[in-house]
Write a protein of this length. Structure first.
Length: 343
């Protein structure tokens, strides 16, 4: 088992295997229901991280699912990362997770079942850390290994934080450095530096706990997590949903230390190019910024839009959860068909 390199069975690493935004829009455009669901507070009409359904009594249920192919070679850590990433969608809506079920696809003709057991053990450890049960799931025999979770959360209905609530003048903050896609590609290519692997693993397995705290603050207008569509893509989703433009200072964007090495080594994942092809026409950005701004993240941090008057309060909530709060830009009036400007 120790000699198995899971990334060699992965056509796309982690969230880098997500279908690009433009193709996803094409897939979904003809599938809208003709029925009305008044209790559905958040659904397909927005590009939010999870669905939210009002169950009465001032409470709402949050439902999400997320799974992907291996982003690291170690099966235990693959399970940890996949679980942390899936649970993040609950926190990104401002909610508290209450239960998870597993989603496992495993090529039994290529990989032993014992390796899959280790993957699930890693996921169970993260669920234990989040204080929720891994209560069941579903598995299939498939050509490539995949793993993830479907997660249920709960929230007070009036505290739901959508990604479309940003306002002009809001300041933008990020709670984790980026560059995970570059490090993951370097691991797959066999050129990753050990310190960078460890740093990326620590980031990918850190639960986005601040989301549940930030939902208590009226000064926090919008939250999303930064995953496969990269910082650029998720900034565009927030800006476009809010009818605004995100302005990001490239030099202020936190990144894994020394990540430029992997850019020089051309370790960009395929998702970087698919991302830019999908939304490049919506950005005003120097092409030199593309390797980092379009780098698909797996289990990335929260992108938060905060009223300037509430920055200290929001920062305190985030730091009490053991996370950083990096200021990276602000929200401005929309400039034509551009929703992101990187300066």
């Amino acid at each position: 088992m120790e000699q198995i390199r899971l990334t060699q069975f992965s056509p796309g690493a982690g969230c880098g295997c997500k279908i690009a935004p433009r193709e996803l829009e094409e897939i979904l455009k003809g599938s809208r229901s003709k029925l009305s669901f008044p209790e559905l507070l958040v659904g397909n009409d927005t590009k939010d991280d999870a669905a939210v359904y009002d169950i009465g009594g001032g409470k709402a249920i949050i439902s999400t699912t997320d799974f992907f192919t291996p982003i690291v070679d170690d099966p235990y850590n693959f399970g940890r990362i996949a679980a942390t990433n899936a649970i993040s969608d609950i926190y990104a809506m401002g909610g508290r997770p209450i239960m998870a079920i597993g989603i496992l696809g495993w090529p039994l003709d290529k990989l032993p079942s014992a390796t899959a057991s280790v993957v699930i053990s890693g996921a169970r450890q993260v669920c234990d850390d989040a204080g929720i049960p891994l209560a069941g799931g579903h598995s299939i025999n498939i050509s490539d290994p995949i793993f993830g979770l479907a997660v249920t959360g709960i929230i007070d209905s009036h505290k739901v934080k959508m990604n479309s609530g940003a306002k002009v003048g809001d300041l933008l903050f990020l709670t984790k450095p980026i560059g995970i896609g570059l490090v993951a590609s370097a691991e797959k290519f066999g050129v990753v530096r050990d310190e960078d692997r460890k740093r990326a693993l620590e980031l990918m397995t850190r639960l986005n706990l601040p989301g549940a705290r930030l939902s208590d603050l009226d000064v926090v207008h919008a939250i999303t997590d930064v995953t496969g569509f990269a910082l650029a893509g998720h900034s565009i989703e927030m800006a476009q949903g809010s009818g605004l433009m995100a302005v990001i200072d490239y030099k202020s964007v936190p990144r894994i230390e020394g990540i430029e090495y992997y850019i020089e080594q051309e370790c960009m994942p395929g998702g970087t190019f698919r991302n830019f092809a999908s939304y490049g026409d919506k950005c005003d950005m120097d092409p030199a910024y593309k390797p980092l701004m379009c780098d698909p993240q797996t289990s990335g941090g929260l992108l938060v839009a905060v009223d300037p008057s509430g920055v200290e309060e929001a920062k305190r909530c985030v730091e009490e959860c053991g996370h950083e709060f990096y200021k990276i830009g602000y929200m401005a009036e929309c400039d034509g068909d551009k929703y992101l400007k990187v300066i």
